[in-house]
Write a protein that binds this ligand. Structure first.
Ligand SMILES: [Zn+2]
Length: 451
């Protein structure tokens, strides 16, 4: 069996791993590169494999850096199944068409402003391409073995987000385990990742390979911020990712109100995608920690804004309360209208609950920017701006090493991927020092013989 690293080397995006044996091929994840231009250009480059030569794609989870290249892969000739858990399938139905729409919008704006070297600029793929890719999705429950060619594989719970899996592939009695993105053991909503059994090789993510999460009580921190904002008569604006973070914030607010830690104020979710994902959460109680009843009462604390008109009315609404809106890094979406209205007013609070990538508006704001450009206008920022980085969906260094250390026997070799160079190399050293496993950080396009 041969393993080739087609992405997520030296970076956290573009996850793609190719397994090859006896003339058959499996691709584990088919993610989009995001972030700096040098990486994004790889999305346009031809892959070093013909999509038509791949038997199946095994998808760890729905995040775009793991699934977002699928529409292009299918358009370019991939005809096999895209296997994933049932919630991942449902999430892809929501996320992939949106990704296609964004690609089309980007191309449209580039053409309008003449900012592309290509005339006309073409989208990487379209909403229609995404719709076609969705038809090839095929659900497989956790822990069931399935076959393709000479391979056997199964999906194992990985925590992280709804439906997220580690992928284990077996060929002639030898097993390789791809961690996918691993969640934390004490996630408020997701179950902890399941321990590896006896894999011969492991490919492990290293997003937070050089970091330890702070041990703080998210409810206490959030209750304090909310109380302070309400006492000022302000609005707490939370720019949030639609998947995972929005539901975790709703859960925190529900607990804060239930335990009387802050006054119960109206909560609004102004993001059609976040609303769709929250509905999916409600239907998928076997895939997270909340019972159906608990989930019902968490979801019921919010009003969900659908139409643009409703959203506009919410922007103009002056009363104290909480507004959760996407996108999570304030790079686009309805949250921009809220930022324009709430940012210049000192009694309001803008709370970023997630990681802010360098170069985004969210990053500028959490670093103290006094004005930001939105829709062509300079908006002064007088509101209190905070980053709330305690609800990570990723295991930290200790969590990653602990997960790996739970294997029943030492793997023959561990490959560290899905991290920037420093986190990846730091995790490599920790695995070597603490567990004594053979471990290394593979290069982009490197091929390894697994025998
Ligand atoms: Zn992820």
């Amino acid at each position: 069996m041969k393993l080739r690293f087609l992405g997520a080397t030296g970076t956290v995006t573009g996850s793609k791993y190719l397994l090859e044996a006896e003339g058959h091929r499996i691709l584990v994840d088919c993610g989009l590169y995001q972030g700096v231009k040098q990486l994004r250009l790889r999305n346009r480059a031809r892959l070093p494999i013909e999509p038509g030569d791949v038997d199946a794609v095994l998808l760890t989870h729905a995040h775009i850096d793991h699934s977002g290249h699928l529409p292009a892969f299918v358009r370019d000739g991939f005809e096999g199944p895209i296997v994933c858990t049932p919630p991942t399938l449902e999430l892809c139905r929501i996320l992939l068409p949106d990704a296609g729409r964004l690609q089309e919008e980007d191309a449209h704006f580039a053409n309008k402003r003449g900012t592309s070297r290509h005339h006309p600029a073409l989208p990487l793929y379209t909403e229609e391409d995404a719709a076609k890719a969705i038809e090839q999705l095929s659900a497989l429950a956790f822990d069931r073995w399935a076959d393709v060619g000479p391979f056997r594989y199964r999906l194992r719970p990985a925590g992280h987000i709804l439906g997220a899996a580690s992928v284990e592939v077996e060929h002639r009695g030898r097993r390789i385990l791809f961690s996918g993105d691993l969640g934390t053991d004490d996630d408020l909503l997701m179950h902890p990742p399941v321990a590896p059994e006896r894999p011969d090789w492991v490919v492990i993510e290293s997003t937070y390979g050089d970091r330890l999460h702070e041990a703080v009580d998210p409810l206490a921190v959030l209750a304090e911020v909310l109380t302070r904002t309400i006492e000022r008569g302000g609005v707490l604006l939370i720019p949030s990712f639609a998947v995972g973070r929005t539901q975790a914030m709703l859960y925190c607010l529900h607990e804060i109100f239930r335990q009387g830690m802050a006054p119960a104020v109206p909560v609004h979710v102004d993001s059609p995608m976040a609303t769709d994902v929250t509905q999916l959460f409600r239907r998928s109680s076997e895939y997270h920690r909340l019972s159906a009843e608990a989930c019902e009462s968490v979801c019921a604390i919010a009003h969900y804004t659908r139409s643009p008109d409703e959203s506009k009315r919410l922007v103009e609404r002056a009363a104290p309360g909480v507004v959760i809106s996407a996108s999570g890094m304030a790079s686009g979406g309805r949250v921009l209208h809220h930022l324009k209205a709430r940012g210049p007013v000192a009694r309001n609070t803008i709370l970023f609950p997630g990681f802010q990538a360098p170069g985004t508006r969210g990053d500028a704001l959490v670093h103290g920017a006094k004005r930001v450009k939105i829709h062509g206008a300079q908006i002064p920022i007088e509101a209190e701006v905070l980053q709330f980085d305690v609800l990570s969906a990723h295991a930290d260094q200790a969590g990653l090493v602990a997960w790996l250390g739970r294997a029943e026997a030492a793997p023959r070799e561990v490959f560290v991927t899905h991290g920037e160079p420093v986190p990846a190399d730091t995790l490599r050293r920790e695995i070597q020092d603490q567990l004594g496993y053979a471990v290394r950080v593979p290069e982009y396009l490197e091929t390894v013989e697994l025998d």
